[in-house]
Design a protein around this ligand. Structure first.
Ligand code: SF4
Length: 324
């Protein structure tokens, strides 16, 4: 086991003198996973970045507590580790007020395990469901049986009255089925449903032609999915869908409401994740120069226009409301 590290060795985009308790920590415990998603943004790390040891994870929680009071535990797939209840309990004892578990949801099919995470102190769960039927979901995540397990896990959590905030990655394979996926998630009585445009890094960069859809296709199917969820009285949000593709559904964009976040990712600390998105991750292009939503909009992940160009992006000329 390697020596405990109090913090990652390299800091990018440092947080500007963040007052105590104003940030959320996104702590990646490692990149091993029992799925093999075709769209995984971290897929290139799974074989060569070591998971944190328990002690390293706890040291990082202590280190970040100075400016963070919210916590997202993620990976990789964290539930394949045996120390997650211990890490959650320690985070709770340190005073983290919200403790989210991001997961592929499979192990939560075991009710005793879901119960153990709740008893340890988890306050919210972020399972990922990418299809409305097993063939679609299992194909996208590369694991037979994953759909049955994930939906059973979601049901276990909602039966326990837990807050379940789901994530669906929008890909070429599932874009036409977004309304059906929305209907399934509504029937599972989750608390929030997020649709996130695939970020073409890691495995998604390798599988691009099969995996990355065009925004014009997202624009055809996403509004109906959002409307289905909203009509059911469930909160729904989008990620990485610029406002020129969200006309009439601007209320769904998560970016204006994201909390300030610090990310610990292997040996790298991204102190201010919003700065990373704006200065390195996302891009504005020629259409954005005359777009009235320029200030409110982060633009797409840069890989998309770098490959497909800006032809689909039509600048807006209406005045944006305050979306926070
Ligand atoms: S700023 Fe650019 S990406 Fe954003 S809505 Fe306007 S044209 Fe689209």
């Amino acid at each position: 086991m390697s020596e405990p590290a109090s913090s990652p060795s390299e800091v990018l985009f440092p947080a500007p003198d963040a007052p105590a308790g104003t940030y959320k920590l996104d702590l990646k415990l490692g990149f091993r996973c029992n799925n093999k998603c075709v769209f995984c943004v971290q897929g290139d790390k799974r074989d060569h970045v070591l998971d944190l040891s328990t002690e390293e994870a706890l040291e990082r929680l202590r280190h970040a507590r100075a400016h963070c009071d919210g916590l997202l535990l993620t990976g990789g797939e964290i539930t394949i580790r045996e120390d997650v209840p211990e890490i959650i309990a320690a985070a709770k004892a340190m005073g983290y007020t919200t403790i989210q578990v991001q997961t592929n949801g499979r192990r939560l099919a075991y009710k005793s395990y879901a119960q153990a995470l709740v008893e340890a102190g988890a306050t919210e769960f972020n399972p990922s469901l990418h299809g409305h039927v097993a063939a679609l979901h299992d194909g996208l995540v590369g694991a037979k049986g994953a759909f049955v397990q994930c939906t059973a896990g979601i049901k276990n959590l909602t039966d326990m009255g837990q807050r379940v905030l789901t994530q669906t990655v929008i890909t070429r394979q599932n874009v036409t089925f977004l309304p059906q996926i929305a209907r399934l998630l509504v029937s599972l009585k989750v608390s929030q449903i997020q649709f996130a445009f695939v970020h073409a890094l890691g495995t998604a960069a390798e599988t691009w032609d099969d995996t990355v859809p065009r925004y014009r296709d997202v624009q055809r199917y996403l509004p109906l999915a959002l409307d289905i969820v909203r009509a059911a009285g469930i909160f729904t949000i989008t990620e990485a869908v610029p406002f020129c593709f969200l006309r009439g559904r601007e209320w769904a964009a998560i970016e204006p409401r994201l909390p300030s976040t610090t990310v610990y990712d292997g040996d790298i600390e991204i102190g201010d994740y919003e700065r990373y998105r704006m200065e390195a991750g996302k891009l504005h292009g020629p259409p954005c120069e005359k777009c009235t939503w320029n200030q409110a909009c982060e633009g797409p992940w840069r890989e998309y226009p770098e490959k497909y160009g800006w032809d689909e992006f039509v600048p807006r000329d209406d005045v944006p409301p305050d979306l926070r």
